[in-house]
Design a protein around this ligand. Structure first.
Ligand code: UDP
Length: 239
């Protein structure tokens, strides 16, 4: 049997990844596709998988505050958006037979468990997927930071950043036709060059705790599996 490079991972999905081509909201077909990609790595390699989903397909705090809303209120709305996405993903995973628990950073007992670190680890050990919803529970943070924080807490061996793009580029490929994809990057380079992979809070948490990050496209089938096996896909960020 092939041994995966990472035994426990945090998979970070941007909210937009769940939207598919429409660019907003949730596409049930896309969510089901992502769920089946996740199922493969769990069943084949028994990789302990925790997930953090963003909320950008529904709402981003900064967008609300740019239009005059109170920033903290707008951020709480963003955190609620991540709960909606997490439930959609849980639904799809359970439909295809993957045991899943959603743990929320803000108590909402009728909907999901509240985040308890040791309990999350126990779920993972039992082969359940744990989805960390509602971000860190604090405004002014992002779900990238949530992924870095939870990865450190549960001692994940890597963060797999599944995006709509296939890696990190030296400039915006949508603006610049000559943009070059970077295969490998250090945390310091990521921070100094402001490459926009993740915000600085998330990047420094990963750096301080030595958590490697693999950035790749979610839309290419088999990529989560390749990332878990340590194959050269997308961009690898480490020390
Ligand atoms: N958010 C927050 N605190 C957190 C995580 C998220 O306030 O710890 C809010 C913030 O407003 C953010 C929104 O939730 O804009 C959605 O998350 P994010 O923008 O990270 O989603 P993504 O870009 O990954 O879809």
């Amino acid at each position: 049997m092939i041994t995966p490079r990472y035994r426990r991972v945090v998979l970070k999905l941007s909210g937009e990844a769940l939207a598919g081509e429409q660019g907003y909201g949730i596409s049930p077909e896309v969510v089901l596709y992502i769920a089946s990609e996740i199922k493969e790595v769990i069943q084949q390699f028994r990789v302990e998988t925790a997930i953090v989903v963003g909320g950008g397909n529904i709402w981003r705090g900064v967008a609300g505050s740019a239009k005059g809303m109170d920033r903290a209120t707008a951020d709480y709305m963003g955190m609620l958006a991540t709960v909606i996405n997490s439930l959609a993903l849980q639904d799809a995973l359970e439909k295809i037979g993957v045991d899943t628990r959603v743990q929320v950073a803000i108590e909402m007992r009728a909907i999901a468990e509240t985040y308890i670190r040791r309990r999350a680890i126990r779920h993972l050990e039992k082969g359940r997927v744990v989805i960390f919803a509602a971000g860190t529970g604090n405004p002014y943070f992002s779900t990238d930071t949530t992924a870095a924080l939870r990865a450190a807490e549960i001692e994940a061996e890597a963060i797999l950043m599944a995006k709509r793009v296939d890696g990190v580029y030296d400039s915006d490929p949508l603006q610049n036709a000559g943009a070059r994809k970077l295969d490998q990057l250090t945390y310091i380079e990521m921070l100094n060059r402001g490459l926009g992979v993740m915000d600085a809070t998330a990047a420094s948490l990963c750096m301080e705790n030595g958590i490697p990050v693999v950035v790749f496209s979610i839309y290419e089938p088999g990529n989560i599996k390749k990332a878990v096996l340590g194959e050269n896909i997308g961009t690898f960020i480490g020390s």
